[in-house]
Write a protein that binds this ligand. Structure first.
Ligand SMILES: NC(=O)C1=CN([C@@H]2O[C@H](COP(=O)(O)OP(=O)(O)OC[C@H]3O[C@@H](n4cnc5c(N)ncnc54)[C@H](O)[C@@H]3O)[C@@H](O)[C@H]2O)C=CC1
Ligand SMILES: O=C(CO)COP(=O)(O)O
Length: 390
């Protein structure tokens, strides 16, 4: 069963689906909800998890570095080799996979940071995920569908997955979380991870927090993901509201585009704060309206909520490109190529997708910030509308 929302069945179905999972809430390393028996079950397990990352961009590479270190740290739980699926491309005359395997670094998407010698990059998706028991999806959201289609029928039956994707599967027909879309296509449980995590800062090991949403009925999955990601500089909190984690991660990108427009116009901190506040309200309203009580208000106070909204509006790529859109007058796709060196924007595309969804429900006026961002970027509305029309 999948929690896809359409005109025919709205959020009560989603809520029932999400509520059907046992709530799992582990707060940091103390695991107050763990009992001894469950811990013993974990330590006596004989088979180790084999991890595969699907995606090797800017964030994918940083996460690969973290996972590469953690599988060695938790060697009783994980196989030492981590597979990294790379969308193959040439870089300075050589294949990116060859470079990663030889230099232990991704020179295109994360230059200057070693990934670890236990990482094995491959351009072959099926080889990468063969026998993997833990799949980490970290792709720009526009590529997920095609990648999942290729993986269908090639996944270990008991594999678990986690989605680090910040986007939604959303169009006029309905909205689906990527965790649910991947789960539906591959038939496996999928958790989510999102937080205030600008990749280059995490790569430099500057302290930050992140949120994992796990609604797996097996409480050990939450602990496994905690061990896979948590470090002293990347502090993980595991909560049960997986939908809220993903929704925040996707929608804050639209708000960040608004913040960038404001910066481009030379407006100050107060204006940006107003956009952030309005954006947060629309994010919560979107959750309440289309996901009902499947999305919890507390989640907006986790790293995936207000913290990610703030950092993306201050230092993210969506903000940067939107600012340049105002200052240069160039189209977004041109700026994406010029400024991001192959990295992908998520916020402008999400603004368009959200607008299609809202238009189909005659609800664009209920989300004035999301709508205004869309109209400025795609319909030539004057940029000053970013304060006038919200
Ligand atoms: N970069 C960041 O600071 C953070 C990003 N995220 C999220 O993580 C997700 C992945 O982002 P990044 O790793 O930064 O990626 P990225 O923005 O660096 O995107 C480039 C990646 O897309 C791949 N790609 C290009 N064309 C493709 C195709 N046709 N099929 C499959 N892959 C293709 C490239 O090979 C490269 O690996 C996004 O949803 C993003 O919002 C989340 C937290 C932080
Ligand atoms: O999600 C991010 C930080 O948490 C990165 O945001 P940008 O894609 O805008 O860089």
């Amino acid at each position: 069963m999948i929690a896809r929302i359409s005109m025919h069945y709205k959020y009560p179905v989603v809520s029932a689906f999400l509520r059907s999972f046992v709530p799992v809430i582990h707060h940091n390393k103390n695991y107050p909800f763990y009992n001894l028996q469950q811990k013993n079950m974990l330590s006596t397990s004989t088979s180790k998890e084999r991890v595969c990352l699907i995606g090797s961009g800017n964030w994918g590479s940083v996460v690969c570095k973290i996972i590469g270190q953690n599988v060695l740290k938790h060697s009783n739980q994980f196989e030492p080799e981590v597979r990294l699926w790379v969308f193959e491309e040439m870089f300075k005359g050589e294949k990116l996979t060859t470079l990663i395997n030889r230099e232990h670094e991704n020179p295109k998407y994360l230059p200057g940071h070693k990934l670890g010698t236990n990482i094995r990059a491959t351009p072959d998706l099926l080889e990468a995920c063969q026998d993997a028991t833990v799949l980490v999806f970290v792709l720009p959201h526009q590529f997920v569908r095609g990648v999942c289609d290729k993986m269908m029928g090639h996944i270990a039956p008991h594999a678990k997955a986690i989605s680090l994707i910040k986007g939604l599967e959303i169009n006029a027909q309905g909205v689906t979380l990527f965790s649910e879309e991947i789960s539906r296509r591959l038939g496996i449980n999928v958790a989510s991870l999102s937080g205030a995590n600008i990749a280059n800062e995490v790569a430099e090991e500057k302290f930050c927090e992140t949120t994992i949403g796990s609604r797996s009925p097996d409480i050990r999955d939450g602990e496994m993901f905690f061990n896979l990601f948590n470090t002293p500089y990347f502090r993980v909190n595991v909560i049960s509201d997986s939908a809220g984690v993903e929704l925040c991660g996707a929608l804050k990108n639209v708000v960040a585009v608004g913040a960038g427009l404001s910066d481009g116009l030379g407006y100050g901190s107060n204006t940006k704060a107003a956009i952030v506040r309005r954006g947060l309200l629309e994010m919560r309203k979107f959750g309440q309206t289309f996901f009902g009580d499947a999305v919890q208000t507390d989640t907006f106070f986790e790293s995936c909520g207000v913290a990610d909204l703030l950092t993306t509006c201050m230092g993210g790529r969506n903000r940067k490109v939107a600012e340049a859109f105002i200052k240069t007058g160039k189209p977004i796709d041109v700026l994406e190529k010029e400024l991001l060196n192959g990295q992908k924007l998520q916020g402008t595309l999400t603004a368009k997708e959200v607008n299609e969804f809202l238009t189909a429900r005659d609800m664009v006026n209920d989300f004035p910030l999301f709508t205004t961002v869309y109209r400025i970027i795609y319909q030539g509305l004057e940029p000053e509308a970013i304060v006038r029309d919200i």
